[in-house]
Each structure stands twice: as C-alpha cells, then as structure tokens.
Design a protein around this ligand. Structure first.
Ligand code: ADQ
Length: 489
C-alpha cells in the first residue's frame, strides 16, 4: 500500500476483459438496470488483499446514442465498472469473427475455418483488422482512466493485442496478460496468418500467465520458433528485455459453495433431488454447449456403458445441463441438434414408461440449484476435448460433503494437472475407456472414494480463486521492480 496524508491507499487494479461481469438491460432513454454476475472471477478479484479493483470491458449491448452511453457509464460506475462501447459491425467482425471463429477453435486444436479458402483468407484479414481496432478501443479507455502506479491486468484471447497498445501509450504501465484457454502447441499456432503479430503484442506485457506449465511452454516455443527469440527459464527475451512467462492455475471461491450448502433452501432442494432419484445413482455433466466440451462423446460413452451393463439400466441416470452459447453460429446450432438427436435415440432405446436414462437440459441453472445438483451427484463426468482449466470439476469437488462422489475427468482439461491424483483421468475420444471408467466409478469402494475425494478437496479449498488473483498481481508488481533494477545495473 502507498501512504497519502497518513492514510493507507490501496493499489488500483484495472481488470480488462472482453465482457464486464454485468448484464445490462435498457429501461428507458437514460435508464438502465444492471445485474452483477457473481462468477468466480468477480469473487477472485474482490478478494485480492490491499487492492482496489475496477473492471473495464464491453457491457454486451449495442448503445448507439450518446444519452444512452452517458446513462450506462454512470450506472456502471456505481458497480466499479467502466464500459467500452463497441458497435454492431465491430462486434460481428472482432468478437463473432476473429475471437470466436478463429482464435477459440484454433487454441482448442480444432484448426482454422476450412470453408471457402479464398473467402476465409479475405474475411480473415478484415476480421483481424477489426480485432486490432477493438483492442485499440479498449486501450483508449484504459488510458483515459489510468493513474500512475495502477496495475493493468488484461484477460484472455480477445485482448492479445492490448498489451502492445497500452505500452505504446505509456511504456511504464504495469501490464499483465492472462489466457483462460489452452495455448496450443507451436505447430498449431504457426498456422495462424497473424501468428507473429499476435505473439509480439502479447510480449509487450511485463507478465504473461497461463493455467498450466504446458501452455506456458507452448507459448515460449512459439516465440522461439516463430519469432526466433530466446526462451529462458523466466520467460522470453528480446533485445535484453524480458517478458516473464509463468503458470498461474486458477481456482474457485470454495467458501461461496460451502456457504450455499448451508442455506435452508439449498438443503431442501438437496432433499427433493435425493427423493426424486432414490434408488438410482446420479451422474452429472455441466457445460456450456460448446464443441470443446465433448458433450456428444460423453453421451455416447454413457450409451456404451448402458449397452454393456444391462443391470445398471434402471439404476443410473445422467443429468446433462448444457447452457447454450453462441446460438447464432451455425456450428453451434448443428452441435445442439446433434446432441438432441443422440439423447433422443438413447432415451428411446433404454427408457421405460416411467424413467429415462438421460435428462438433458438446454439451459443455465442458478447458483443454488447448481450447488444442490453437485451435492447429490455420485459421478461427475467432464469430457472436454480441450479446456483451459475447467472449473466445473472444482465446483463439483467443493460441493461433495458426505457423498464422496467420483470425478471422471478428461486428460485434456487443465484441471487434470491439479485434480489428476483424485480423479479418474480419461481420453474423451476413447469411448470404450470412458464407458469402462463409468463402471469403475459407480462400483468404487467407499475407502477409495474417500481417499480420492480428500486429495481433490484439499486442492480445491487451498488453491482458491483469491490466491490465484493475489499471486498474479504480486508477481506482476515484483516483475516490474526486477526489470527496473536490471535496467539500472
Ligand atoms: P468456460 O469454458 O466457461 O471458461 P469452466 O471453467 O467450466 O468453462 O467454467 C464454466 C462456469 O460456468 C462454471 O462456473 C459453471 O458453474 C458455469 N456453468 C456452466 N454450465 C452451466 C449451467 N448449465 N448452468 C449454470 N452454470 C453453468 C473458460 C475456459 C475454462 C477455464 C475458465 C476460467 O474455457 O477452461 O477454466 O475460463 O479460466
């Protein structure tokens, strides 16, 4: 903390992310209603000690008029949020285009869009230009609010161009960048037409963070192979300037889950669910409906398990809760129909007049309903084809009081590196292996479940979201001080 007039002043943290943690609904020409989404990231950043955090990002709505913009800015100010206004065209090209159609699939090993090569090449350039323009707009807003000594923490693949824009404004700004998705092997990153420009922009940051050591290593390899720079144990060096690169595995606010499970309404909901599924083991999947989550693979593995284990058919139920996302994108629409088709087929095949083996919901559940579901689950199934970390696996562990449920976890989720010793790790592409793990999990003796759960629970409750945020911010402060000392020597 700095001191001013004898009073301790907290360091200011500007968190820059594509989306603000609010949903904004316009109620009139100059009135808005706002709801803060209390996710893990919000609790993490509010929990950082001695730091005064503000968010900068897009509010997720198009506000073309000045009256509306002024009113929204004022309303957001009370929630410690600062808006970046993006028009529809730029959102289409930057967010739907470059972020979600190019970077998201590429970083999850699904490759670049394949359609018409020429059209892709042409639209690729315009989408990249829009991406850079949008990042510059974020930088303009950060610069307007920046005060000397602030820490600026940029988040995710939407803002890879931002560190460079910020350093162009002010080379002494403390800038960190964290990626929530995997960073792929350099062999994958090399296929991206704008590969070098993006790497160079990220390297302008002082500290670059990833969920796992593997992602950090892939990033350093991409910088050495594609840019010809030198990788060191600390990071990447370019003409004497070091960008520190390290792993900062995220966690959850486990206390928030613990508190929720104590609420009478949640306890009542747990009782209702227990009665509803009495006599059956409960398996659970909670995912955004996205190709990376491996939902079809999960359901096909469950089908194989039922096929091979007829005695389990009326003794187990799979609850798959899938929040639709990016619903205007054709690939996501196709995925939704595919999942519906497989679920329908399996329920038709193994269902009876009174019960079906799969309950599939296309929607989001509120926090308390989700906690109750986690608490009654015997086996959680996370089959991501790739996933930066996967917080659902952490949340499930945090809500397992007496059940000591089993976690089946994809080896391609970052969480496999932290929860691997307690979970049953699987290759989600190997449906036979996943089906066998389902059988193993359902039959696992109590002492093995206890041992595995204890390992995971200790990890989830000690490596929390607050620790993650605090470690990143303090490492960023240290990195800048060390760099200043080096240049003075
Ligand atoms: P996501 O891909 O969104 O996050 P994940 O880490 O699993 O994936 O977080 C999802 C969050 O949404 C969880 O808090 C979960 O409870 C909630 N959620 C999912 N489905 C829900 C539903 N049907 N109803 C209610 N809530 C639901 C990205 C990366 C991840 C990385 C995180 C954090 O893709 O790999 O772990 O960021 O860095």
């Amino acid at each position: 903390c700095k001191r001013s007039n004898g009073k301790a002043m907290k360091q200011r943290l500007l968190v820059v992310a594509n989306r603000l943690p609010v949903s904004a609904v316009r109620r009139g020409e100059d009135s808005w209603s706002l709801e803060i989404s209390a996710g893990g990231l919000v609790s993490a950043l509010l929990g950082v000690k001695d730091v005064d955090a503000k968010w900068i990002g897009w509010a997720g709505v198009n506000v073309p008029d000045e009256v509306g913009q002024r009113a929204l800015t004022k309303a957001l100010d009370e929630k410690r949020c600062i808006p970046v206004f993006l028009d529809e065209e730029i959102v289409h090209q930057y967010y739907n285009g470059y972020c979600n159609n190019i970077l998201w699939p590429l970083f999850h090993y699904l490759g670049l869009p394949q359609e018409d090569r020429l059209a892709t090449t042409r639209s690729f350039q315009s989408q990249f230009d829009a991406y850079k323009r949008a990042n510059q707009m974020f930088a303009d807003v950060v610069n307007q609010h920046y005060q000397e000594g602030d820490v600026v923490w940029c988040h995710d693949y939407h803002l890879m161009f931002l560190p460079k824009c910020l350093k162009e404004y002010n080379s002494s700004m403390k800038v960190g960048w964290f990626l929530h998705t995997p960073f792929p092997s350099s062999e994958i990153h090399r296929t991206l037409p704008s590969r070098s420009e993006l790497l160079r922009s990220v390297l302008a940051a002082d500290l670059v963070g990833f969920h796992t050591y593997d992602y950090a290593r892939h990033f350093v390899s991409a910088c050495t192979r594609i840019l010809g720079l030198e990788g060191t144990p600390e990071g990447v060096e370019d003409q004497g300037r070091l960008t520190r690169v390290a792993a900062f595995p995220i966690g959850i606010d486990s206390d928030r889950f613990k508190r929720a499970l104590e609420l009478p309404a949640v306890k009542e909901h747990i009782n209702e669910l227990t009665q509803r599924f009495a006599g059956r083991k409960v398996m659970l999947g909670v995912d955004r409906l996205d190709m990376i989550k491996g939902i079809p693979q999960k359901i096909l593995a469950f089908e194989k398990f039922l096929e091979e284990n007829p005695t389990w058919r009326d003794k187990v139920v799979l609850l798959q809760i899938a929040v639709p996302t990016r619903t205007d994108v054709p690939e996501y629409q196709k995925l939704t129909s595919q999942v519906h088709e497989i679920v329908g087929r399996i329920n038709g095949r193994f269902g009876t007049l009174t019960a079906v083996p799969i309950h599939h919901l296309d929607r989001s559940l509120d926090f308390h309903a989700l906690c109750a579901l986690y608490a009654v689950t015997d086996v959680a199934l996370v089959t991501s084809l790739r996933d930066g970390m996967n917080l659902v696996s952490y949340e499930f562990v945090a809500c397992q009081g007496e059940k000591r449920g089993v976690l089946i976890l994809s080896e391609f989720a970052g969480a496999a590196q932290s929860l691997g010793a307690g979970a049953l790790l699987v290759n989600p592409w190997n449906i036979t292996e996943v089906a066998a793990s389902i059988g193993y999990a359902l039959n696992m003796p109590a002492d093995e479940r206890e041992k595995r759960h204890r390992h995971n629970y200790a990890h989830v409750t000690t490596h929390t979201a607050q620790d993650w945020a605090e470690t990143f911010v303090s490492e960023l402060n240290d990195t800048v001080v060390e760099a200043q000392l080096r240049t003075r020597q």
